[in-house]
Design a protein around this ligand. Structure first.
Ligand SMILES: Nc1ncnc2c1ncn2[C@@H]1O[C@H](COP(=O)(O)OP(=O)(O)OP(=O)(O)O)[C@@H](O)[C@H]1O
Ligand SMILES: [Mg+2]
Length: 395
C-alpha cells in the first residue's frame, strides 16, 4: 500500500477539492498533473514539488504568480499549499508548450505565426516587467498556448527562476553586479547572462529574440556546443560563440527586424526599460508589409477542409473534454490530441473598429471577448494541439 503521507498520484485529492488526473509535464524541478476542481468542474494544472527538494521553488513561484495575477498572458493561480510532503500549486490548465507544437509543425514556424506570437509575448513581457518581475528562463517549453476560449493566446509560465528587479522596500532597481553564477536556459540565455552580469529586463527580451529566431530557422548557431558535465566550460564556450555571432549572421535568412531586435537588446543599459515600443513597431511594420491579417490562424490551426483532406491518416478531432470525462478517458490528458474547439469564421475576421490589432491595446481584448461567445459554435477553424512533453536540455 502506498504511503499516503509521502506520495501524491493520479486520483488523489489535494487542497480539499483538486483531484489529480494524468501527468502532463515534467520539468527539472517537479511534476505537473492535469486535474479538476471537484466543486466547480473546472480543469486545472497541479504542479508538485517534494518538500525535501534541495532548492525548493514552488512557494516562490506561487508568490510571483500572485503578483502577476490579471496580467495578459499569465495563467491564473488557484491555490498553493503543503500536503503529504509536497509543495503544491494549482494553476489554470493550459495547452501544449511551443516546443511541442514546433516539433509537430516540422521544426519551424512561418513568419506570420512567429510575428503573431511575438506581438503577444512582448506585451505579456512588458506587463510582467511592469509588475516588477523578470523571468530569467524564457524558452519555448515555458511558453504555452491556452485552452478553450483562450486557445489562441500564448502564455508565459514557469516562474521558478523569476526574480523581482525592483526592491519592494526601496522601490529601486536592483544594483548592477558581476560574477553571478549562471541561471536560466543555456540555448536562449542572453550574452550578458553568460558574462555573469546580474540579469535585468533586457535579458528576457534578448532571450525572446533568440526564441523567435529559433522558431523561424529551426535552430540556433550555438546548438551542439557541449562541455560534458563541466558547467563553467559550457558557459564559457557559449559566451564566446554568442559574442562572435553577429546578429546579422544569427538572423541570416530572416527579415532584418530580428537582427535589429537582438542588437537593440544588447545596447540596452542594465537598468534601462527595454524599448517594447520599438520592437512592437518594427515587427508591426513587417507584418503589415507582408499583407498578413492578425486573425490568430497559426501554422497549427487547421480548417475543416484540411481535416477532410488529411483523411483517415489524420488524428481524429475530438472536442475539449468536459471535466467529468477526465477520469474515464485515458487520452484526456495525453496531450496528443486535436481539439475542434472551434472559433466561428466570424471570429477570425479583423475587427472593423480595429483593423490593426498591433496598435490599439484594447483591440485584442475586444476580439477575445467576442470569441468567448462563439466558443461552442461549429464550422470555423479547428485548432490542433499535440505533442508529448519532452525535456529539451540540450544546447
Ligand atoms: N498550466 C499548465 N497547463 C498545462 N501544462 C503545463 C502547465 N504548466 C506546465 N505544464 C507542462 O509541464 C511542463 C513543465 O512545467 P514547468 O516548466 O512549470 O516545470 P519546471 O520543473 O519548472 O520546468 P523546467 O525544467 O523548465 O524548470 C511544461 O513545459 C508544460 O509542458
Ligand atoms: Mg519549465
Amino acid at each position: 500500500m502506498k504511503n499516503k503521507e509521502r506520495i501524491i498520484d493520479t486520483d488523489d485529492v489535494v487542497g480539499e477539492k483538486f483531484k489529480l488526473g494524468r501527468k502532463i509535464g515534467r520539468g527539472a524541478f517537479g511534476e505537473v498533473y492535469a486535474g479538476v476542481n471537484l466543486q466547480s468542474g473546472e480543469e486545472v494544472a497541479i504542479k508538485l514539488e517534494p518538500v525535501t527538494t534541495e532548492h525548493p521553488q514552488l512557494y516562490h513561484e506561487s508568490e510571483i504568480y500572485k503578483r502577476l495575477q490579471g496580467g495578459v498572458g499569465i495563467p491564473s493561480l488557484k491555490w498553493f499549499g503543503v500536503e503529504r510532503g509536497h509543495n503544491i500549486m494549482v494553476i489554470e490548465l493550459l495547452g501544449p508548450n511551443l516546443q511541442e507544437i514546433l516539433d509537430r509543425c516540422g521544426g519551424k514556424f512561418s513568419l506570420k505565426t512567429v510575428l503573431m506570437l511575438a506581438n503577444q509575448l512582448i506585451e505579456a513581457m512588458e506587463c510582467m516587467h511592469d509588475k516588477g518581475v523578470i523571468h530569467r528562463d524564457i524558452k519555448p517549453e515555458n511558453l504555452l498556448m491556452g485552452l478553450g476560449s483562450n486557445v489562441c493566446q500564448v502564455y508565459i509560465t514557469d516562474f521558478g527562476l523569476a526574480k523581482l528587479y525592483i526592491d519592494p522596500e526601496t522601490d529601486e532597481h536592483i544594483s548592477y553586479r558581476e560574477h553571478k553564477s549562471f541561471v536560466g536556459a543555456h540555448r536562449y540565455a542572453s550574452l550578458y547572462t553568460h558574462c555573469g552580469v546580474e540579469q535585468s529586463r533586457r535579458v528576457d527580451v534578448e532571450s525572446l529574440g533568440y526564441v523567435l529566431v529559433y522558431f523561424l530557422k529551426g535552430s540556433l548557431p550555438w546548438q551542439g556546443i557541449s562541455a560534458g558535465s563541466n558547467e563553467e566550460e559550457l558557459n564559457h564556450k557559449l559566451m564566446i560563440k554568442k559574442f562572435n555571432t553577429k546578429p546579422e549572421e544569427l538572423c541570416e535568412s530572416c527579415p532584418s527586424e530580428f537582427a535589429a531586435w537582438v542588437k537593440c537588446m544588447r545596447l540596452t543599459l542594465f537598468s534601462e526599460m527595454p524599448s517594447y515600443i520599438y520592437l512592437k513597431a518594427i515587427t508591426q511594420r513587417l507584418f503589415k508589409s507582408k499583407g498578413y491579417k492578425f486573425d490568430y490562424v497559426y501554422d497549427w490551426t487547421i480548417s475543416p477542409k484540411d481535416n477532410i483532406k488529411l483523411g483517415a491518416s489524420a488524428q481524429k478531432p475530438i472536442r475539449i473534454l468536459a471535466a467529468q470525462d477526465i477520469h474515464d478517458t485515458v487520452d484526456a490528458f495525453s496531450r496528443t490530441r486535436i481539439f475542434d474547439d472551434v472559433r466561428s469564421s466570424k471570429d477570425v475576421q479583423p475587427d472593423p473598429e480595429n483593423d490593426n490589432p498591433w496598435q490599439i491595446a484594447g483591440g485584442r481584448r475586444r476580439r477575445r471577448q467576442r470569441q468567448r461567445h462563439h466558443v461552442s459554435s461549429n464550422g470555423g477553424y479547428g485548432v490542433s494541439m499535440f505533442g508529448k512533453s519532452k525535456n529539451h536540455n540540450l544546447i
